[in-house]
Design a protein around this ligand. Structure first.
Ligand SMILES: NC(=O)C1=CN([C@@H]2O[C@H](COP(=O)(O)OP(=O)(O)OC[C@H]3O[C@@H](n4cnc5c(N)ncnc54)[C@H](O)[C@@H]3O)[C@@H](O)[C@H]2O)C=CC1
Ligand SMILES: O=C(O)[C@H]1O[C@H](OP(=O)(O)OP(=O)(O)OC[C@H]2O[C@@H](n3ccc(=O)[nH]c3=O)[C@H](O)[C@@H]2O)[C@H](O)[C@@H](O)[C@@H]1O
Length: 461
């Protein structure tokens, strides 16, 4: 089947390459000519494990090509819309201008009876707006097929997804939805044959399945981070708490890892867009809920800065601080709404001399953060540090040797804001270790109490 993929970013490039690997002939279209050029050289324009290999296969078989020219989509039977839907610059709502723009550019090139299928994450009701754009082409089929891949495991997630969701006119069982269901079944035939569940529903449900899924993942992360705050206030340990909770299969341990919270190009903007949708639809509970999830998440970044300040005895100004990690999570070079860079920026604003290192994301970060020093070598970044913060849990940081790192730094102090280090091993090597939610503030307060009591005793003598 000939397929076009419009928008070849983190989602579209992976989608195009995996469709080609399933045997389809795919043209990827993007307005960014440098991205297109790179993709045609079988080089992913971003770090995504396994994508280069898939691109190379697609280019070698001749089934995968990228272009800026929408006319190349003319003979495709299916067109997947994969352009960005970022948060609007002035409100919580999603900016749908790229989606509308791409659809308008595609319109003159649509073959008779072609299918236009959206994959971008959109507010409920968007498909109806798109239907209006396509109104003069009653022959064109419209479908919505939200995507659930994660960056860093995008190739695997696309080849072995947990489920396929088809939003079709009229929903499951409706005659109007049958043609687009059949087209999507042909596209995903290898996945369906492999037993991947596929759910057919109406447009509003498909749109909401995606938003609600991201909202739930964000809720889980913020829930455990709120528990982390309780743990710090009470002397409990959030890692032990989440491990025990997660063993209950009704709860599960995934997305229950407390720390610096979520970032990236999707969860933060999607929960804000969800809030805006709830307000528009007069459902205040969802608006308030998502508001709380967002604020708990952002608070984790401020808490990390406060713990860093505490570790520097109240003064960040002039301190030499090294941050391990710039990407919003490991195995990606994506720095969109990166919690690590947010903390780096806050520390720099407080007067600390901040150096950030990352295995993949530095090229994306240095232009956007001129007040921060970036250093590609972990070893050089650590030299002379008075405080180390682990903010993105790349494997190579988790497996650092505390004794070797100890020879590089000026003071052996680490804030493990992802709660991933073997704290005992680091402490044995002479490090002061703090996490988020590890009960340390109570310990610190108790120590403070003990010291104050000691001081009183001494004064009384
Ligand atoms: N990044 C991810 O892991 C996932 C993203 N999504 C959703 O997919 C959509 C895309 O996200 P990303 O790929 O992360 O964004 P992105 O920003 O990496 O990619 C968007 C691409 O669309 C291109 N584009 C913009 N306007 C265009 C037009 N008129 N014609 C052709 N191309 C155009 C841009 O140049 C860019 O390459 C968003 O709605 C996002 O929420 C959904 C699931 C996973
Ligand atoms: O709509 C999207 O774009 C995608 O958003 C997320 O995927 P992604 O943003 O790639 O990354 P995740 O692995 O979900 O992590 C998101 C953030 O949550 C944080 N996180 C995750 C899990 C956890 O237990 N704790 C935690 O803080 C991560 O560090 C990261 O910053 C969803 O997991 C995907 O299903 C969805 O398709």
């Amino acid at each position: 089947m000939k397929i076009s993929v419009i928008g070849c970013g983190y989602l579209g490039a992976v989608h195009a390459a995996t469709l080609a690997s399933m045997g389809h002939t795919v043209v990827g279209i993007d307005v960014d000519s440098s991205k297109v050029e790179q993709l045609n050289k079988a080089m992913a324009p971003f770090h995504e494990p396994g994508l280069d290999e898939l691109l190379k296969d697609g280019r070698t078989t001749g089934r995968l090509v990228f272009t800026t020219d929408f006319a190349a989509a003319a003979d495709a039977q299916v067109h997947f819309l994969c352009v960005g839907t970022p948060q609007s610059k002035t409100s919580d709502t999603a900016d749908l201008s790229y989606l509308m723009g791409a659809t308008k550019s595609l319109l003159p090139h649509l073959a008779k009876g072609a299918a236009v299928v959206g994959k971008s994450t959109v507010p409920v009701g968007t498909v109806e707006t798109l239907r209006a754009v396509l109104a003069r082409r009653s022959d064109v089929l419209l479908g919505w097929n939200p995507e659930f891949l994660r960056q860093g495991t995008a190739v695997k997630d696309s080849l072995v997804p947990d489920r396929l969701v088809y939003g079709v006119p009229g929903g499951k069982g409706a005659a109007a939805g049958a043609p687009v269901t059949a087209v999507l079944d042909s596209v995903y035939e290898p996945l369906i044959c492999a037993g991947i569940p596929r759910l057919v529903c109406n447009f509003a449900t498909a749109e909401l399945i995606k938003s609600a899924s991201n909202a739930f993942l964000a809720t889980k992360v913020s829930f455990i981070n709120a528990m982390a705050e309780l743990c710090d206030a009470s002397g409990a340990d959030v890692s032990e708490l989440s491990e025990a909770m997660g063993l209950d299969p009704r709860i599960g341990n995934r997305y229950l890892h407390a720390g610096l919270g979520f970032g990236g190009g999707c969860l933060p903007k999607d929960i804000r867009s969800f809030r805006a949708q709830a307000r528009e639809l007069s459902v205040p509970s969802v608006d308030e809920w998502m508001g709380l999830v967002d604020s708990v998440n952002l608070d984790q970044r401020s808490r990390a800065v406060e713990v860093a300040r505490e570790m520097c005895r109240g003064f960040l100004s002039g301190r030499t601080v090294t941050i391990l990690g710039a990407a919003f999570k490991p195995d990606t070079d994506d720095i969109r709404d990166s919690p690590a860079l947010d903390v780096a920026q806050q520390l720099a604003a407080a007067g600390a001399h901040v150096t950030v290192t990352d295995p993949k994301a530095i090229n994306n970060a240095w232009i956007r953060y001129p007040q921060i020093r970036f250093e590609a070598s972990t070893k050089r970044a650590l030299e002379g540090a008075e405080l180390v913060l682990l903010l993105t849990e790349w494997d190579e940081y988790v497996s650092l040797s505390p004794s070797e790192v100890g020879t590089l730094v000026r003071r052996r102090m680490v804030l493990d804001a992802r709660n991933v280090l073997d704290a005992e091993a680091w402490r044995s090597a002479g490090w002061t270790v703090r996490g988020l939610g590890t009960g340390a503030s109570v310990v610190a307060a108790e120590n403070g109490e003990a010291k104050r009591a000691d001081r009183k005793k001494h004064a009384a003598r």
